[in-house]
Structures are given as structure tokens and as C-alpha cells.
Design a protein. Structure first.
Ligand code: PDD
Length: 276
């Protein structure tokens, strides 16, 4: 495990964040989780571009270019010596005496960790996971990858307490996304996911799945869908940096399709891992 905190490379338990750090006090910051497969970064440019967009959305000047952020992340990977890992980067508005207004003349506070990460075996992946539905209790700017994850972790914990892996969030009767994933259904052979808007995060894995659907000649459609659409879908899967393409085979106690990953999900999941 390698840890970076504001210009220094330190041991995991030695990184110290001052009490008056705005990420810590207000969740006033943004983050990304990216993946390295066999030493090769996966869509890192897209992740860093999203980080910059998130920062702009909260009116935070990073004072760094996309290239500089990317090379800092790659330096962390090199120092860690890991070949298969995730890189977590968090940038907050900085360190200043607690107060709600933006502090003047502060530099953003940057922390990073690199941790080893293994891809889940295909057999286990295709067996699928379970999910529940949960009200989407988040704010209206879910396109920002902000540190404020309380509604996400509360919903994920409800899922876990119910023996499920993910909570599928519902806003105004329609699925938005998972607590930390995007949701896809297969309906009449079409791959369906919710259109991008301020209500969901523009997932990088989602972006890749759209590209793969085209390569695999699977019709890809962006439209809103309901709980009932999910329960009646031929297949359901979630996508995220840490889970890649992961089938959901039982939701709120209802079996989806045949109860294991369906053919479309299997093709997409395999193609995904072949092209990382
Ligand atoms: N979560 N939606 C939400 C709310 C997320 O937090 C994430 C990612 C995604 C999927 O995005 P991507 O494919 O770019 O990882 C969708 C990360 C992994 C996390 O918080 O750990």
C-alpha cells in the first residue's frame, strides 16, 4: 500500500490530515477510483477529466493540468510496485480555519492510496450477485463525484444487512444507478441504461460498455426504466471501476432471467476483461 499526502510519500498510518481540513470537516472535495491491470492504467485519462469536471462543478481550482494529475497517479503506481491495483485520489478545497465560505489563498489538499486489487474469477462473476431497491435519497448533483457519500453508504449498508450486494436507487419511480455503480438491463435483446443527467454519475465503465456494445453488435439504448422493468428484464448487471461488469441475478427476492448471468451480460463481461 502506498500513501501520498500533500507532497509526501508516507506509510499508511503516518499520513496526518489537519483537523481544519475541508474534506474532513465538510466533505468539500472530489475523488476518483481508477484501476491498473497488469501495469496498464485503464481509461485513466477519462477518470482524470471527470475529476477536473467534478472540481469545476464545486468551483475548486485544482491548479494542476490533467497531465500533471495523471503523472502523479502513475508515480504512485510505480512507487507501489503493484501491477494490479486501484488508485484512489481525493482532492479537497484545502486546509483553513473552519468556516462555511470558501477560504482565500489555500491550496487544494491531495491524498492518494494505491492498493492491490484482484479481478474476480469469471466463474464466480457469472454466478451473479443480488440487489435490493432503495429510495435515492441523494441531492440533485450526483454527476459530481463528491466526497459526500452518506446516502450511498447508508443504502449500501441496508443492502448488506438484507444479505444483498448492491442497492439499486429509485428516484421519482425510475432507477437512477447503484450506490456505487451504474445499472443496465437487457429488455427485448436491447441493452438499456439511464441517459446521463445530473441525477447519475457518468461512469467510465458505463462509457466502455457503450463502446463494447457497438463492437459486439448489441443494440444500446439510453432510456429511463422502472423497478418493474428491472424485475421483468431478461438480464440485469451493474458496472463500476472496482466490479467491472457484474451480473445481478436476484433483486428484492425476485429471480432475474434464469438466475445466473444471461448471454448478453456474459459477452459484455468477457469482452470487457479482454480489452482492459
Ligand atoms: N464508484 N455511480 C456511482 C454513484 C459511483 O460511485 C460509481 C463509482 C459509479 C461507476 O463509475 P465508474 O464506472 O467510473 O467507476 C456510478 C467508485 C468505484 C467508488 O465510489 O468506489
Amino acid at each position: 500500500v502506498i500513501v501520498y499526502a500533500n507532497g509526501q510519500w508516507v506509510n499508511e498510518n503516518d499520513a496526518v490530515i489537519p483537523v481544519d481540513e475541508r474534506g474532513h470537516q465538510f466533505g468539500d472535495g472530489v475523488y476518483e477510483v481508477t484501476r491498473i491491470y497488469e501495469g496498464k492504467p485503464f481509461m485513466m485519462r477519462e477518470h482524470v477529466e471527470r475529476l477536473v469536471k467534478s472540481a469545476e462543478a464545486i468551483r475548486m481550482d485544482l491548479g494542476m493540468t490533467v497531465e500533471e494529475i495523471e503523472s502523479l497517479m502513475m508515480e504512485a503506481v510505480e512507487r507501489s510496485g503493484e501491477k494490479n491495483c486501484d488508485v484512489y485520489i481525493q482532492i479537497t478545497r484545502g486546509i483553513a480555519k473552519r468556516g462555511h465560505l470558501f477560504p482565500k489563498d489555500v491550496k487544494p489538499s491531495i491524498t492518494m492510496t494505491v492498493r492491490p486489487m484482484e479481478v474476480i474469477a469469471m466463474e464466480e462473476r457469472l454466478a451473479g450477485k443480488t440487489a435490493i431497491f432503495h429510495e435515492d435519497e441523494r441531492w440533485k448533483n450526483c454527476y459530481i463525484k463528491s466526497l459526500n457519500l452518506l446516502p450511498n453508504i447508508l443504502a449500501k449498508q441496508v443492502a448488506n444487512d438484507a444479505g444483498a450486494y448492491e442497492a439499486i436507487l429509485i428516484r421519482d419511480g425510475y432507477v437512477t444507478e447503484g450506490t456505487s455503480s451504474n445499472i443496465f438491463i437487457v429488455q427485448n435483446g436491447e441493452l438499456v441504461t439511464r441517459p446521463l443527467s445530473n441525477y447519475i454519475l457518468a461512469g467510465i465503465t458505463r462509457m466502455r460498455v457503450e463502446q463494447l456494445a457497438e463492437q459486439l453488435n448489441i443494440p444500446f439504448v439510453e432510456r429511463e426504466f422502472t423497478k418493474e422493468d428491472v424485475l421483468e428484464a431478461e438480464e440485469v448487471f451493474m458496472t463500476s471501476t472496482t466490479n467491472e461488469v457484474l451480473p445481478l441475478v436476484e433483486i428484492d427476492g425476485t429471480t432475474i432471467g434464469s438466475g445466473v448471468a444471461g448471454p448478453v451480460t456474459e459477452r459484455v463481461a468477457k469482452q470487457f476483461l479482454q480489452t482492459v
